[in-house]
Design a protein around this ligand. Structure first.
Ligand code: HAM
Length: 417
């Protein structure tokens, strides 16, 4: 049997895993500042959960789900996203009985049968957050502020926000806009791609984010949805924009941003980076105040986002991350082991070469490891009972007695103490 990895999947290891861990740790750190708690839901759900929630006419439900039948013939789907699962959990677990508002975050693999390319996989990973129970524009702003803080914490400077409001289901809001959009698009029907000609009937809003040149040209002058939404939605959007302006959040208004999932209402946004290439969306989200109702539950306002972890990891420059920890170099296995143990017991991440390669090779490994300190136990040092401590950020090297190394490192890392 010839072993082969499944198309669109990959094994994660090395720098990529380090980037994933770094991003996950920072997300936990930042999201918990905003009162989010972690939720873990099953990797598969009944297919109808996604069909009803994400929408029958969406690409995700129509052609991208991994489906399986259980032994009793029921259709199950590997989760293509987690918003529907978290909402299902809130409903089946009665999570909103304990509090009027709740915030959950999650991270893990999702599955979509898409054509694999750079930054697009069939098993990919998301970090997401969902906020339930609050309908004010302040909560939309808070979500975007949290995202901005997260991007700052992971030192991602190339990301930018795009924002739009797609209104609500009231007849005078999105449905009325849809009518004028269809009228506008019908006049130029012959310039639309085949897919969009079909979408004119099924989901005309999606014509706005078609990537075909001819459709982009047609929709350039299309009516702007945020100028045609109802008064309440319009007020929500104006308030949101003014709060974001107060906080100095930079964003671009994009009247063509409609998202590929059907559950959204009012605010929608996406996060882009020009460094990602064709698959340049690093994340997306928005408000989905009617999803609970779709599942037959009393209305609970809700909003959230998901970030593509694979794509963020591509953006993270590991070199730009702060050096951390210690690498111990030396040939005397006993002394090296003792020093490594002492450093770890003192709470420092400590690495060494278990193969005891040449000093030159150990130096090379230490340089690559992006550590803060390298401890060198050469022949001269051993004779004197000392260690050479090299600070990798300044390149300063000091000779310190072995039993004083921890104290020395501590004082260098927090000089004020
Ligand atoms: P989404 O826009 O479908 O939204 O996915 C969010 C992000 O997941 C995308 O921006 C992208 O970075 C990443 N992503 C999606 N598909 C793939 C793929 N095949 N390969 C690699 N990365 C991918 C949602 O999933 C919504 N649940 C977000 C949300 C949460 N809205 C409200 N709450």
């Amino acid at each position: 049997m010839k072993l082969k990895i499944v198309k669109g999947t990959r094994d994660l290891f090395g720098d990529e895993v380090s980037s994933f861990q770094f991003l996950e740790d920072k997300a936990r750190e930042v999201f918990s500042l905003y009162g989010y708690e972690e939720i873990r839901t099953p990797m598969f759900e009944r297919t109808e959960l996604f069909a009803h929630g994400v929408g029958q006419d969406t690409d995700i439900v129509g052609k991208e789900m991994f489906l399986l039948e259980d032994r009793r013939g029921r259709s199950m789907a590997l989760r293509p996203e987690m918003t529907a699962s978290v909402v299902r959990s809130v409903i089946t677990g009665n999570h909103m009985q304990q509090a009027k508002h709740r915030r959950f975050y999650y991270m893990g693999p999702m599955f979509r049968y898409e054509q694999p390319q750079k930054g697009r996989f069939r098993q990919f990973y998301q970090i997401g957050a969902e906020y339930f129970g609050v309908s004010t524009p302040d909560s939309d702003a808070e979500l975007l502020l949290m995202l901005r803080q997260f991007f700052k914490a992971v030192n991602l400077k190339t990301v930018s926000f795009q924002l739009n409001s797609i209104g609500c289901q009231k007849p005078e809001c999105r449905p009325s806009f849809k009518k004028s959009l269809v009228e506008f698009l019908t006049q130029q029907k012959e310039h639309l791609c085949e897919n969009c000609t079909r979408r004119l009937d099924t989901n005309p809003l999606r014509v706005l984010d078609c990537k075909e040149e001819s459709c982009i040209a047609v929709t350039k002058d299309a009516p702007k949805i945020y100028e045609h939404i109802c008064e309440e939605c319009s007020h929500h959007f104006t308030e949101l924009r003014s709060i974001l302006d107060d906080h100095g959040v930079v964003y671009t208004l994009n009247h063509k941003l409609v998202r590929g999932l059907d559950y959204y209402s009012r605010t929608v946004f996406e996060v882009y980076s020009e460094n990602l290439g064709a698959q340049n969306a690093a994340g997306g989200g928005g408000r989905y105040d009617s999803l609970f109702e779709i599942y037959g539950s009393p209305i609970i306002p809700a909003l959230g986002f998901a970030l593509g972890l694979d794509r963020l990891a591509m953006l993270i420059d590991m070199e730009a991350q702060k050096p951390e920890g210690i690498f111990v170099i030396g040939h005397d296995r006993r002394v090296v082991n003792r020093l490594v143990s002492n450093c770890r017991e003192a709470g420092y991440k400590t690495l060494y070469d278990p193969f005891q390669s040449s000093m030159k090779s150990q130096f090379r490994q230490a340089n690559k490891a992006n550590v803060y300190h390298v401890l060198i136990l050469g022949d001269d040092e051993l004779k004197e009972g000392k260690v050479s401590v090299k600070n990798m950020t300044t390149s300063d090297q000091t000779s310190v007695a072995i039993d004083q190394v921890i104290g020395h490192i501590k004082s260098e890392l927090s000089p004020e103490k």
